[in-house]
Write a protein that binds this ligand. Structure first.
Ligand SMILES: Cc1cc2nc3c(=O)[nH]c(=O)nc-3n(C[C@H](O)[C@H](O)[C@H](O)COP(=O)(O)OP(=O)(O)OC[C@H]3O[C@@H](n4cnc5c(N)ncnc54)[C@H](O)[C@@H]3O)c2cc1C
Length: 253
């Protein structure tokens, strides 16, 4: 048997494999999203930002699989996912509405070596930019940073439709402090008294609410394909080198 793959700082990285997962809890994350806690006895653990492929099998043998980022995981125990429903989608409405404790599904993972944050890898600051459910792997990074011995400052710019659509609202509030700051952009509806204009993220807001290129942040961008491509282009126009920008596209326009 060959040795497990090593990360750039020498730790071994969990090797992807198929696992059987049992749902232990489902709960509402937002009006359109659910948080699923899965028991996975063979799970090797995962790095913050990685994802799994979830495979569902119907009684007639039909299979469908989709990728979902890992909110958190612990070796030989639990994997937590957060799934937003795409109204016409094949898999996400099932995961959001139909999963019950005791149901089983298959996971392949952990996956994704590029879109991960590893504590102690760099002392450069980290800028996270999320659109909608794209916050899932970025929250995982911020939460991992919150418990790690790592001084790099973190900042999250989170574009979201309405206050009710904010994923991990309590957890993000609890993380906020000297080492982590949160900037919200509401695209459809803001809380009463919100000082900023409501609407889609603009290049000007991105420039004003993110770490400047001069501070040489490592940047992670995640959301729908269109969101990620637009933000990545603006970041480069604002002087961030392409090599500093890590992207994960969730699909859609
Ligand atoms: C690496 C990775 C990680 C992901 N992590 C998450 C996660 O943590 N949580 C989560 O909710 N989703 C995540 N996704 C998206 C997920 O894999 C599915 O694409 C999504 O749940 C829709 O699947 P579906 O079968 O319901 O829709 P489909 O039947 O595949 O598609 C239905 C329609 O919805 C559109 N669509 C699909 N995805 C999106 C999107 N993100 N935005 C807008 N329109 C879309 C499609 O273009 C299509 O028109 C991730 C995707 C990738 C690649």
């Amino acid at each position: 048997m060959s040795a497990p793959p090593l990360t750039s700082v020498g730790r071994s990285r969990p090797r992807p494999a198929w696992h059987v997962a049992t749902v232990v809890e489902t709960r509402r994350e937002t009006p359109t999203a659910a948080r699923l806690t899965l028991e996975v006895p063979t799970w090797p653990g995962s790095e913050a930002g990685s994802h799994v492929d979830v495979r569902l099998t119907a009684p007639d043998g039909y299979q469908a699989s989709r990728s979902y980022s890992i909110v958190s995981s612990t070796p030989e125990a639990q994997v937590v996912l957060a799934v937003d429903e795409q109204p016409d989608g094949e898999v996400s409405p099932f995961l959001v509405h139909e999963m019950r404790p005791g149901d089983q599904l298959e996971l392949h993972g952990p996956l994704g070596a590029f879109f991960v944050w590893r504590p102690g890898e760099s002392d450069r600051p980290v800028q996270l930019v999320a659109g909608g459910s794209g916050v899932v792997p970025l929250y995982a990074m911020a939460a991992a940073h919150g418990t790690a011995d790592d001084d790099a400052p973190f900042r999250l710019l989170y574009s979201v439709r309405t206050p009710a659509d904010v994923f991990f609202a309590d957890e993000l509030a609890a993380l906020t402090g000297p080492a982590f700051s949160l900037d919200l952009v509401y695209t459809r509806e803001a809380p009463d008294g919100w000082p900023d204009a409501v609407g889609r993220l603009t290049r000007e807001t991105l420039a004003a609410r993110t770490l400047p290129a001069a501070r040489q942040p490592r940047v992670y961008v995640c959301g729908s394909t269109g969101f990620v491509e637009t933000v990545a282009r603006w970041l480069q126009e604002l002087g961030h080198p392409a090599t500093a920008i890590h992207t994960e596209r969730f699909g859609g326009l």
